[in-house]
Structures are given as structure tokens and as C-alpha cells.
Design a protein around this ligand. Sequence first.
Ligand SMILES: Cc1ncc(C[n+]2csc(CCOP(=O)(O)OP(=O)(O)O)c2C)c(N)n1
Length: 316
Amino acid sequence: MSAETLTWLAEKAWFIRAFEGAIARAADAGEVPGLVHLSNGAELLELAVAHALKPGLDQVTGSHRSHGIALSLGVDPYGLACEILGREGGLSSGLGGTQHLIAPESGLLGSNGIVGGQVPLALGAALSAKTLGTGGIAVAYFGDGAANQGAVLESLNLASALKLPVLFVCENNGLGQSTASSYAAGGVSLLGRARSFGLAADHVDGTDVVEAIKVADRLASWVRSAGSPAFLEASVPRLSGHYHGDAETYRGNGAGPTDPFDRLPKLLADRDVPEGLVAEMKARAEAEAERVVAKATQAADVSDKALQRYLKEAGA
Ligand SMILES: Cc1ncc(C[n+]2csc(CCOP(=O)(O)OP(=O)(O)O)c2C)c(N)n1
């Protein structure tokens, strides 16, 4: 990976981490309605996938844990912060909240609080791209817990049967809330599951950004050129609790997961990116994230007017 790609990616990754840190503090201050599920640990993998996509063409669906996915796609951070905080100025005027993020102009078709619910929606986007011949592909993110959902398994089958250009990205963090996958999943191999439906499938260590860029690029290009589905299983750590504030009593006493960001300084140094520049980029990303979230906390709460407008538009 070139120094340019890595610096772009590292600055974005630090921004996402700092953005979610600021959101977590806003949640502690009672500024966020509901629970927030942080993406920390998966940022580099999500940026690697975004790097493989064509802006304006490809469409992505995500789970309840989609702040990082949204930012990786270039969604406006202020609109995202307002949405999470339930404020005017949010992506959906603050009506959707943290689990229902939508920004079609950035390729985010929608995130979904129903575990696995976003996966068949990506098939719709893929079918539309195929029918209209746009050359676009769809990406469906989901977790290892969701991989046991009927809708996900049906989607693997349907995507294969209809030859749809969809890339399934399973972020395997080994946990569904507090339940270990090793307890909940019948059979250990997600790749085997995908292959049994006829999908091309590969695994990547999502903490290794150099590999992740290569594998995501290869699979996304393959989906685009073959017009057929593929499955990427990415091992990523879930660095914090299921939701922010989770006491995590289910974790053992051993060392916690390793932060993939720990590898960034060496990767940057290996590409002769000066230490001073790295520190400057990191500070800039962190200051900008703080500024955006602080500004969002000043925005007006989602109003009845927005709700009435929405109900009218929805014909309710
Ligand atoms: C249909 C459905 N069942 C259960 C839940 C409750 N729930 C929310 S997140 C979650 C765990 C999901 O685990 P996974 O798919 O691995 O994603 P992760 O949280 O690890 O990113 C569960 C069971 C839900 N939201 N929807």
C-alpha cells in the first residue's frame, strides 16, 4: 500500500475513533437517546472496504453498529452526529437515531436495528443495479451473530441463485451481544456456509489493513466483473462493550482484544511518513471530531414539526 493511501486511511480512522469517543461522552452526558453501539476495532476494515467501492454507484447496508461504516463512506459527520443525538440537521432530521442511518448520496442505503434485516435490502440494491445495468454493486455488512439469522441465509441463497452483484461482509468479532459465536453457531466455518450456497468466499484478518485493502479490492472487483455474489469474512475485535455502558461481565479476565491502530505508527514509518506529520494528522482528526460532535450537541432537539413533516410525506 502506498504512503498516500495509508495516510488517507489513518487520518480517517483516527477521525472515526475520535468521533465515536465524543459520541460516547455525549451519551454519558445524557445527550443521546437510546443506546449507542460503537464500531471501534472495525474502522480499518471498513475503510478498506470503502476504498474498494465506487462512489455514486455502489450501495451499502449496515447493522445497528454502523457509525464507522457511514463515516468510511464519506457521510457528512455533522449530519451523522445530529442524527445520533436526535437533533435537527440529522441525516433524517434526527428521527432515525443511531441505528437507522441513511445517506443515499454517499452510498449508504440504510442501517438497521433488526439483526440481519439489512442483508436482504442489499439484494434489492444489487438486483436494481443488475437490471438497470449501472455497473454498481451492493455491500451488505453484518455480524457473526446475524450470520445465524434465516434472512441472511436466504439472502446468500437468493444472491447466488439470481447471480446478484453483492458483496457480503461478515464482521466476525466472535460475539453477539454477550453470547460467544462458539456457543451459538452450529458449525464453525462461515466460509463453508457461504461456499455451500455457491458463493466465492474469503477470510481476512481485519486488523491487518494492508491485507484488508487487497482482499476487499479483489472481492469487490470480482463481484463487479463477474456480476455474482461474494462473501468476505473479516475477523475484527469489538474493543468495547456491545453498547456503550455495557458492564461486559461476560468477558474473561485475560488480556482484552488488541487495538488494530497499534500497528499504524510502524506502517506509516515503514513508508517514510514523518512522525511530525503523523502527530499533526492525528491531532487534526481528533480536534475536528470533537468540534463536529460539540456543534451537534448545540443543535435543536428533533421537533414535532419534523415528525409531522415526515408523517405527511409518508402519507400516514
Ligand atoms: C431480530 C433481532 N434479534 C435480536 C436483536 C437484539 N440484538 C441486537 S444486536 C444483537 C447481537 C448482534 O450480533 P452480531 O450480529 O454479531 O453483531 P455485533 O453486535 O457483534 O456487531 C442482538 C441479538 C435484534 N436487534 N434483532
